[in-house]
Design a protein around this ligand. Structure first.
Ligand SMILES: [Zn+2]
Length: 65
């Protein structure tokens, strides 16, 4: 199996392998960010956009959050 010297493979919660270089990984850990693959990250971002749209459209009562 090919391993990049400065890269690390971590498993995303969905089971996909995420390849990060060491610096990027340590940066994310130090920021308390989850190590996510691009698919999960895009999904999360689109969910956040949907949430903001719902807020904007008054579908969600902001004070209940
Ligand atoms: Zn994922």
């Amino acid at each position: 199996m090919f391993t990049e010297e400065n890269g690390m493979n971590v498993y995303c919660t969905c089971g996909r392998i995420v390849n990060l270089d060491r610096y990027e990984m340590q940066l994310k850990i130090s920021l308390g960010k989850e190590l996510q693959c691009t698919v999960c990250r895009n999904k999360r971002i689109s969910q956040e956009i949907d949430f903001m749209n719902d807020l904007y459209n008054g579908l969600i009562d902001e004070e209940s959050y």
